[in-house]
Design a protein around this ligand. Sequence first.
Ligand SMILES: NC(=O)c1ccc[n+]([C@@H]2O[C@H](COP(=O)([O-])OP(=O)(O)OC[C@H]3O[C@@H](n4cnc5c(N)ncnc54)[C@H](OP(=O)(O)O)[C@@H]3O)[C@@H](O)[C@H]2O)c1
Length: 307
Amino acid sequence: MNAGRKGPILVTGAAGQVGAVGRTVTGLLLDRGFAVRALVRRDDDRAAALRAAGAEVVVGDLLEPADVDRAVRGTRRVYFGMSVSAGYLEATATLAAVAREAGVEALVNMSQMTVSEMDIHHTTPSHQQRQHWLGEQVLAWSGLPVVTVRPTIFLETFVPLAGPSVRDRGRIELPFGQGKTNPVSAADVARVVATVLADPGPHLGRVYELTGPRSQDMHDIAREFSAVLNREVGYTDIAPEDWAAGLKQAGVSEHVAQHLVTMGELHRAGRYDRLANGVEFVTGRPATSVREFAALRADEFGGIRRS
Ligand SMILES: NC(=O)c1ccc[n+]([C@@H]2O[C@H](COP(=O)([O-])OP(=O)(O)OC[C@H]3O[C@@H](n4cnc5c(N)ncnc54)[C@H](OP(=O)(O)O)[C@@H]3O)[C@@H](O)[C@H]2O)c1
């Protein structure tokens, strides 16, 4: 069924900053012939690129009910995702209120895999993760037809977190201890979201946990980068408090820093040693490996991009 006949698909967070899931979803849906309404926070060159690709761009704030209403009205299917930020739960509840009134037929909600391990007595200190846990409940109470994606850490997150140190010193410097991790490509997450939005019926009510294909410790991940970049890359397990101080010094917001520090602690405790087959289950294609990602983005780690 082509949603273009029934109104566009709304994609929020469509400009993209870290994983840019919304931007990739927009492109994938346009390629498949769907009409897409892309919600962005500001009318900049990223918005112009979305327009040039064929999206209807709406500028608005997900924390402003009137803006959300303007974005949702007339759409039938929605992808909801936005930057890790203090207002995440408020935005989720606002979207839920508007989507209920509008009567959308499917809402794909971005969450996090850590939520799979959370209940009232087992949350984490990350306010972002707690807000995803609560946001999922708000959406469940809303009665909306929801599909939830719960990815583990994005491979793309390694670009800002490890790109500069790999480039400059040949080291991945993170406080992940000996913990294993299995990062998923945000591009794969976007393929899952676009597949669901193209034909939501079979997916309604489901929760998809998304990881990469293999759980590895950071020494092993450093070896993958070495192989791709053709030079020595090692792993330095930095002290969590030094990492926290560095994030503060770099001007990272308190909310994001608190989330990242928790994510580091959970890695150290082995809680990111995960494997789930959501990417292949939904898209029919295996998830991108660390080595494939490093090759695709090699230039950002001081190598040569092989595309
Ligand atoms: N990074 C990870 O490792 C990871 C792992 C699992 C789950 N997640 C989840 O993935 C989501 C982030 O996805 P992503 O990385 O694809 O996002 P992203 O690239 O950071 O893009 C999010 C977009 O949301 C926009 N935005 C922020 N606040 C807004 C507001 N109030 N109103 C309207 N737009 C707003 C931003 O606009 P501007 O660019 O103009 O500021 C940005 O372009 C979060 O829910 C996070 O918890 C992330």
